[in-house]
Design a protein around this ligand. Sequence first.
Ligand code: BES
Ligand code: MN
Ligand code: ZN
Length: 496
Amino acid sequence: MKIVFAEPAKTPAGCVAVFATPERSLLGYGTALDKATKGALKRAMAASRFTGKKGQVLAVMAPAGLSADRVVIAGLGAGKEITKRSAEGAGGAIVADANGAGQKSLSVLVDVPTGCALSLPEMAARLALGARLRSYRFDKYRTKEKPEQKPTVASLTIHVPGAAAARKIYAALEPIADAVFLTRDVVSEPANVIYPETLAARARELGKLGVKVQVLGEAQMRRLGMNALLGVGQGSKRESQMVVMHWDGGRRGDKPLAFIGKGVCFDTGGISLKPAQSMEDMKWDMAGAGAVIGIMRLLAGRKARVNAVGLVGLVENMPGGEAQRPGDVVRSMSGQTIEVINTDAEGRLVLCDVMWYAQEKFDPRLMVEFSTLTGAIVVALGHERAGLFSNNTRLATQLRDAGSKVGEKLWRMPLGEGYDELIKSEIADMVNSAGRDASSVSAAQFLKRFVQGNRPWAHVDIAGMAWTKKGDATTPKGASAYGVRLIDQFVADHYE
Ligand code: BES
Ligand code: MN
Ligand code: ZN
C-alpha cells in the first residue's frame, strides 16, 4: 500500500473517509459532504448505531450529489480523549473497511475536533501509521487466493492542510511499521523455514542498518559453558545459535541497555512431549526473540540515541535419541546446577544462559527479557496484558507506562523468596519446573537467580500476547509483534 500526503481536495472521488465525534457530530469535511448530499450522512448516522465513538465506522454508499462512491464516517471519540494511539486505531479501522469493500484506493480527509491534543499533521501521520500497521498480511504461501480475496487498497491518500509537515512526521514513524513487520514476518513463518540458523540469518541482515551482529554456534557456546541452553537443543538436528546485536547510537562508553529474547523456534516439549492439540502454535515460541530482533531494527531504523544490545537464544526443542531426559542435571554458565525434571520447561533454560552471558560480557545498565514462557500467564491474564516481573519498581513503572501509550499493556506480577520453595531440588541447586501452582511466578523466580546483584531486570511473559486470534485496530490476526513498540517508547521516554 502506497501512502501519500496531499493538501485538501475539493472534490474527492472513490472511497473517502471523514470523521465524527459523539454524539453523531461530523467534523468539518464531514459537514461539507453532508451538505453536498443534502443531509445523507446525518440521516445515515441517525439510522444506525453509529455515534462517533472511537473504533466505529459507518459506510454510506453512492450518496447523490458527490463523486465519491463510498463515504466512510470514522468515529474518533471525544476530542479530549484522542491520543496518538487512538488516532492510529481510527486509521486502522478505515483501511480495514476499505479492504473489506474491495476498494483499490482510499482518500482520508483529516480533521481534528476541538479539545484534541494532536495537531492536524500529527493526526494525519498517526492515521497513516495505523492504516499501514493494520494492512499487514502474511500471505506468501497462499497460492490459490484470487485477487479479490486479497486486501485491495493499493493507494492511500491523506488529505491534510500542512501535508509537508505530516509527511515529515510520518517519515519518522515509518521505522516502527518496518520493525513490526519484520517481527510479524519471522514469527509467522513455520518452523521448517525459520529455525535457529535461518532466524540468525534474518538478524544478520540488520547489519545493513548499522547494527553489529555476531552469531555464536554450539562450539562457542560449549566453550562458554552454556550447557543449560545447549541441553534444550541437543535433541534437534538444527544447530543452536545465540545472536548478539549491538546498536551504538548513544554516548561512547555508556553501558548498554540489554534486551533478551526466548527463541525456541519450535517447542515440541522434548521428551516431556506436548499433546497434539495446538502444538502447531509452538512455531511462535520464538516470539520473544522475534520482538528483540524487531526492537534492534527499530532502534537502528530511527537512529535512536542509545546504546543497546539485543541477545537471542535460538534452539529447537525436539525429542529424539540424543534429546535431554527428564532428571538430567545441567551446569549453567553461571555455575548453578539445574535438574531438568520437565523438558517442556525449556525457555528458562535457554534464557538463564543468555542472561548470564549478557551480564558477563556487557555489564548492562538494565535487562528486559521477553518470552512466551508459560501457559499459566494466559490463564492469569488472558490476551489483554503481558505478565511483568521485575526486581525494580522504577523499571517496572517505566515499562508499564510505555506499554499503555502504545497499546501493549502489562500487569505486574509478584516475586518473592516464598516461591523459592517451589523450585528446590534434591540433587541440584534447583529444578526447572515446579508443577501447577503459581507456575508463571516460579518461572520468573527461577530467572531471577540469574540476575547479578541488584541490576534492574524485568521479565515479560508474552505467551498470551505474541499471537492474536482476533486482532485489533492496528493488528491483523496472527503475530502481533508485542514488545517492539513497547521498548521503542520506553527507550524514547527515558534513555535518549
Ligand atoms: N512455550 C511454552 C509456553 C506456552 C504455552 C507459550 C502456550 C504459548 C502458549 C513453554 O515452553 C512451556 O511449555 N511451558 C510449560 C511450563 C511447565 C512445563 C512448567 C507450561 O506453561 O505448561
Ligand atoms: Mn515448553
Ligand atoms: Zn516453550
